[in-house]
Each structure stands twice: as structure tokens, then as C-alpha cells.
Design a protein around this ligand. Structure first.
Ligand code: GLY
Length: 350
């Protein structure tokens, strides 16, 4: 005997991403803005001058990747229960990637899922993390190993928030912009080579292009069953670098920058990219003072750490390799010896 549940209905989760100064917005429901003390101190006044709700609460969690955990999630949940949030209530993620991921995750589980809006305040979260519905938190086994795909209802990217960003954080966001260009958009890469992203108008154009690129990819493959994995270019190596340096030495975007240089070296050795193209990527990263080198002390141990990555299944490691500039290949068929020789070229001993 068999009982069938027909669940083939198409759900439209489409949403708009606005890239401009926030327009006055009022939500006729109960809303919680989830943020941290740093962002609140700098920008909450500005946000509240634009954003109102029928009932509005501010929930703050401590600032930093080390607080992207169950404790912070519980703190937010408890506050929502205390304030009697219901399934029509709305969360607003107001901060960088940590706040965005965690708020989205809470939204995905609170009463089996409520709506949320992303208002990203760092360049990295504006061009990447806030778009596409990846949500989650860290645990003792690793980063983002717990989470859900839960798309926001809207994303408001306001350049105003970038005015207080430190140079390193700005550059970390640029790394993700470069990632989009190398993997999907040669013309955008050429634009970036001659552009000055310190110029507000140029930056807004670059943000729009990066977000459009990401939106196109997510529209094709929301749950990362294929092409979306290409957005992890630089991340396979970058995650190991972050892990080896205990998430303290490099910002995520900085580790990704080094990771892209490493992936390029592998791509060059597999004749997917020329040395000249790899040099152009490196030069673009250097233009924004991003790190492009890393001293691997133990290639074997670096290689083993690849397996902690979510994208590595069984005994295979998934590498995202550029094909020239503007195209990309996702492969789990790289010879271990070849990968080790690339790692050795970054100062490793085998
Ligand atoms: N940050 C990569 C992605 O959203 O798929």
C-alpha cells in the first residue's frame, strides 16, 4: 500500500534587491531588528529615521564570528517568544554576514519559518552574503554546518552604511566582487581593472553588477545542486586558511583572496587558465591591498583539512577553477599529487 503526497506546487520566492538610499518604509506588523552593538551605535539612528513598524523591537547580539552560535540564536528566539512574535511577524537582519546568516536562520526555524529582510551594512554582505538565502550558524564542528536555505523577502543595500567601513573590511568585500567577475563576467572584470572602487558612483555600479551576477546564479540553482557552487571560488582553499589561522588572522574575504590565487595556480597547471590571466587576477587583488600569499607549512595537513568542507563529499574534494576569466569549472577530479604540488609552491613541505 502506498500513500502519495503531491508536493509539486511551484512556490514563488522571488524578491527585489534595492541598491540605493533607503526609501521610507513602514511595515504594518510586529518587527524585530537583529543587530549588534557596533552597528547599532553607528547606524541604528539612520535606519530608524527610514524604517518604522506597527511594533518595533531591537535585539542585539554580541559582535563577531565567535558569536554566530547556538547561544546567540537562543537569545534571539527567547526575545521573540517573550514579545509574542507570530507567523506574520518579520525579522530584519541589520549588520554584516554574521547577523544576516543568523537572523535568516532564526527566521527559518521560528514557528517553522517567518519572513525576514536583509539590510546588510558591510560591502561583503551587500555583494554576497545577503543575497541568495543561505542562512546558518557555526558549531564546534565548523562554520555554517547548521542552517537552511531561507530567502529574504527583500534586500536593502544602502551605500550609506559603507561610509564607516574600515579599509580592510572594504577590501574583503572587494574580494567577493572580484570572485563574481572572474567566475562569470569577463567584461565586469575588465571594468574592475580600470575602476576605482573608492569612488562612490563606481562602487555602486560594481555592487549592482556583482549582485546581478549572483542573482542570476541563484535563480538558476537556489539550493546549490550545481552552478551555485561556483560562487565558492577561492573558498575551498580559503576555508583551510581560515581554519589554520583559527579565524583570527584573516577576514573571510582576505582568506578568499588568497584562496583564489591558489585556485588559479591549480587552474594554470591544468591548462584552464594562462599564467597571464592568473597574474591579472592577482594584480586586481593587490590593487586593494588584499593578501595574495600564504605560507603553507605542511601541505599534507592542509590537504586533509579540505575534507572538513561541506562541499567535499566522501573522499572527493570539489575545486572551483576559473576557465580563463569569466568562466568556471566545478570539478572533483583533481589528482592529489597535482594539488599537493600546488600547495608546495606556496611554501609547503611535503
Ligand atoms: N556565498 C556563496 C553563496 O551564497 O552561494
Amino acid at each position: 500500500m502506498q500513500v502519495n503526497i503531491p508536493l509539486k506546487k511551484v512556490i514563488d520566492n522571488s524578491y527585489d534587491i534595492s541598491i540605493e538610499s533607503m526609501q521610507p518604509t513602514h511595515l504594518d506588523t510586529k518587527v524585530a531588528i537583529i543587530t549588534n552593538p557596533k552597528v547599532a551605535g553607528l547606524h541604528l539612528g539612520y535606519l530608524l529615521s527610514k524604517f518604522t513598524a506597527k511594533e518595533l523591537y531591537i535585539i542585539t547580539v554580541p559582535d563577531g564570528e565567535e558569536y554566530k552560535n547556538q547561544e546567540s540564536v537562543d537569545l534571539i528566539l527567547e526575545s521573540l517568544f517573550n514579545h509574542k512574535f507570530n507567523r506574520k511577524s518579520m525579522l530584519v537582519a541589520f549588520g554584516g554576514g554574521v547577523i544576516g546568516d543568523m537572523t535568516g536562520y532564526v527566521a527559518s526555524i521560528y514557528q517553522r519559518g517567518i519572513d525576514f529582510i536583509q539590510i546588510p551594512t558591510t560591502l561583503l554582505s551587500q555583494v554576497d552574503a545577503s543575497v541568495g538565502g543561505k542562512t546558518g550558524m557555526n558549531n564546534s564542528y565548523g562554520k555554517n554546518l547548521i542552517g537552511a536555505f531561507h530567502q529574504p523577502k527583500a534586500v536593502y543595500i544602502d551605500p550609506h552604511f559603507l561610509t564607516t567601513l574600515h579599509a580592510r573590511e572594504f577590501a574583503a568585500g572587494v574580494a567577493e566582487i572580484v570572485k563574481m567577475a572572474v567566475t562569470f563576467n569577463a567584461e565586469f572584470f575588465e571594468f574592475l581593472e580600470s575602476a576605482d572602487l573608492q569612488d562612490a558612483e563606481v562602487l555602486q555600479k560594481a555592487i549592482k553588477e556583482a549582485v546581478q551576477t549572483k542573482a542570476d546564479v541563484v535563480a538558476q540553482d537556489e539550493k546549490e545542486n550545481g552552478i551555485r557552487a561556483a560562487l565558492n571560488y577561492g573558498h575551498t582553499f580559503g576555508h583551510v586558511i581560515e581554519n589554520e589561522t583559527k579565524y583570527k588572522k584573516y577576514l573571510h574575504g582576505e582568506a578568499v583572496a588568497i584562496g583564489m590565487v591558489m585556485a588559479n595556480e591549480l587552474a594554470v597547471r591544468m591548462s584552464l587558465m594562462t599564467q597571464g590571466e592568473a597574474q591579472r587576477v592577482k594584480a586586481l587583488l593587490k590593487k586593494y591591498n588584499l593578501p595574495t600569499s600564504y605560507d603553507i607549512t605542511d601541505a599534507q595537513s592542509f590537504y586533509e583539512t579540505f575534507f572538513l568542507d561541506k562541499k567535499s563529499a566522501d573522499s572527493k574534494i570539489t575545486f572551483i577553477l576559473p576557465v580563463g576569466i569569466g568562466d568556471v569549472k566545478i570539478t572533483d577530479a583533481c589528482e592529489k599529487d597535482l594539488v599537493l604540488s600546488v600547495l608546495e609552491s606556496f611554501g609547503a613541505s611535503r
